[in-house]
Design a protein around this ligand. Sequence first.
Ligand code: PHE
Length: 410
Amino acid sequence: NRPEYIEILGQKYATDEITNVSPAILAKVPRRLHAQPSHPLSTLRTLIESHWPDFAHLSNLSPVVTPQKNFDDLSFPLDHPGRSLTDSYYINKGMMLRTHTSAHEVETFRKGETKWLLTADVYRRDEIDGSHYPVFHQMEGARIWSDDATGMREVEEENERLAQHLTRSDIIIEDVPHISPSNPVQSRHNPKHAELVAQNLKLSLNSLMLHLFKGTKDEPLRVRWIETYFPFTSPSYEVEVFFRGQWLEILGTGVVQQATLDASGISNKIGWAFGLGLERIAMILFSIPDIRLFWSQDARFLSQFQSGVLNTFKPYSKYPACPRDVSFWLTPGFAVHENDFCDVVRDVAGDLVEDVKRIDHFVHPKTQRESLCYRINYRSMDRSLSNEETNVINDQVKERLKSQFSVEIR
Ligand code: PHE
């Protein structure tokens, strides 16, 4: 019962047996929240862009990319879990929805951009709760120099400038070494050059954190650098910021793998890239309590925001939750991945679903049949759901489960 074609932003794509994009997801593609002038995600984008006024600011790329761009160009191994049908949305074997803005690194470098920011909607199959949504927004930033004495002199001069700006008592930085045995320099890099680039990356991003989160003499901003791993950078780091009593992961970054630059036709360059998630930062800066609110078309949400203004969101009343449990027996040989379950729920209930939790998994001792139970919490952001309406939606979920996964509802 899959359609022969699906249409995305006016382009038709043939489907095949691996197609797993759902109508609920496709409906989000034209929304382009990061480009809606008074939307908080757009204000956050412009706030970051204003920190780097001389970078190219790109935000117009289609989310439909090849797995080559999303994974292979970035040195993802063939068995990387991100490639699987349970983690990513495929249109067909040759096309997918980008899972991260890094998918555009090669084409952007290839165009000749040397310092750029790129904002876009990205798509990942995931669980359902107040901070996860299968569509979210990222900003990629990158900067490259000639990997020679001239390029490195430029980096050094800029590092000095940035370091002066950061000798302030309103930021406390927990650092890690630029390079270490567990976070190595690439074999093709001169370690001195990689160190300078890594230092520039840290100074640039520390300065961005200060721009976004402020920090005062009384309450300095705390930023923490952690070693990590990405297939497309080395050394690689994660940046966390201390906010309201906890460390929040803000971005991933590192020195760009030379293989990526080779694919871009610029092997003689060296540089850094980072990718940050806009929702998580916007939820903090605007005090937005639920990730679904970004998609709200309700005037009580949208009218609270003005282009370029960072303000505190005033939640309108929280409507009651309507929890429903769905239990079913699995048919042997038909596994139901949690992300498959969640996509069915989203397809039927849209943004009326707040979270989904598996509350039971049971194997019958005699028959060995497996049973699962999920608790679906329905709640509208905008109104009270009636019991009758909730039952109708929940019955539709059960029907879809039966027809799509041959389960037996208990
Ligand atoms: N693309 C990575 C992610 O989505 C983030 C990243 C971008 C890391 C650029 C390093 C360099 O998690």
